[in-house]
Design a protein around this ligand. Structure first.
Ligand code: SAH
Length: 346
């Protein structure tokens, strides 16, 4: 049931302070409650032990504390863990814990479904139902942090906004979640350990730069030829490569931080010399690195991973042009937790 009461975590600290003043209490009570909600992560008003019983009751009458429930947890042979995350209104999104030797990464969702239409991505088959709230993104991180301690005996070290949805289409809530993850009152994580991955929404990339965000930016490029990109990512008709390029130049001028381009090489789509030459050309505008992602098939075979020889050609040519390139192996494939496979089949 969706409650009529307001979610208390939709209130900023100032709004909480104002609330307490409005009921004749002291403003600092707002700070105490804020800490319970965001730093201690409690889900019941009863647990706010330094708040009087009467006040707790008053809060309970006026607010709810919406929170996620980790519905099912699947473990891959490679240590990857996928969570089905149930939201307070019954929708389900997925988040993933990806352990490597040197880091443990949380891959979080930002929307229920996705409004974009990348043809190779499982999430794009779902309609975008709604944006996630800041606390729903924050809670995914907290849940994965706990799992990381429990199953891998180390704290979470990195966060990528690469789960379901397009984070820049849920700009305000995504930034609010980053604020809570990075602030001392929240999880106190360094923004340098956070990466937002976007399909490339030029206007919002510029806004990120204007808002002086401190996290890293990754762009799912997949082709530097407009015609090809439109074929695989139809929204690119409106968000064109020249506009994208300009927004990235703007980002770099303001932040001085290099950009990661995510790139899948597909058979008969972008596996020729012409494709890699266009990419090299595109890479001239701002300092960047290329992350070649292994394709995870989602369907009938319209898209297929290119031959190793095509990948080798990419690597050789990029390196020759001094463009850093890494190849990202797929993780959690056996549990459908790999990149682009998150679609909540349940
Ligand atoms: N909308 C954002 C974040 C979600 S997608 C974005 O596009 O960046 C996260 C990454 O997974 C993107 O780089 C996307 O291109 C990639 N991806 C999508 N489907 C995939 C698939 N089937 N196999 C491998 N990577 C995929």
């Amino acid at each position: 049931m969706v409650s009529e009461k307001k979610d208390i975590r939709a209130l900023s600290k100032q709004e909480l302070r104002d609330f307490f003043v409005s009921i004749g209490d002291q403003a600092f009570r707002g700070n105490q409650v804020y800490e319970w909600l965001w730093n201690k992560g409690i889900h019941n008003f009863e647990d706010m032990t330094n708040i009087s019983k009467e006040t707790r009751k008053h809060l309970e009458q006026n607010f709810v504390i919406n929170h996620i429930e980790v519905d099912s947890l699947q473990k891959s042979n490679d240590g990857t863990i996928k969570n089905a995350v149930k939201l307070h209104d019954g929708f389900v999104v997925e988040s993933v814990l990806i352990p490597t030797k040197s880091r443990t990464t949380a891959c979080v969702s930002s929307q229920v479904g996705c409004s974009l239409d990348c043809k190779f991505c499982a999430t794009s088959r779902l309609k975008r139902m709604r944006n996630l709230n800041p606390d729903e993104i924050f809670d995914q991180v907290v849940a994965i942090h706990k799992e990381s301690l429990l199953y891998h005996d180390k704290p979470l070290s990195n966060i990528v906004y690469m789960g379901m949805g397009e984070p820049l289409m849920n700009y305000k809530n995504v930034l609010e979640s980053v604020k809570m993850i990075t602030s001392e009152e929240g999880l106190g994580m360094s923004p340098k350990r956070i990466t937002l991955s976007t399909s490339g929404v030029p206007k919002m990339i510029k806004k990120l730069a204007d808002d002086e965000v401190k996290f890293n930016l990754a762009v799912s490029l997949h082709s530097a030829i407009q015609e090809t990109r439109e074929q695989i990512m139809p929204f690119a008709k409106s968000f064109t490569l020249p506009d994208l390029r300009e927004s990235l130049e703007y980002w770099y001028a303001k932040t001085n931080r290099r950009i990661t381009y995510e790139y899948i090489v597909w058979k008969d789509i972008n596996d020729t010399e012409k494709d890699v030459d266009a990419l090299i050309q595109f890479c001239q505008s701002v300092p960047c690195k290329i992350n070649l992602i292994e394709y995870n098939p989602i369907d009938d075979g319209e898209f297929q991973q290119a031959a190793n020889s095509a990948l080798d050609m990419y690597i050789e040519k990029l390196e020759k042009n001094r463009i850093p390139v890494t190849v990202r192996r797929s993780r959690g494939k056996d549990i459908d937790a790999a990149c682009g496979q998150l679609a909540n089949k349940s």
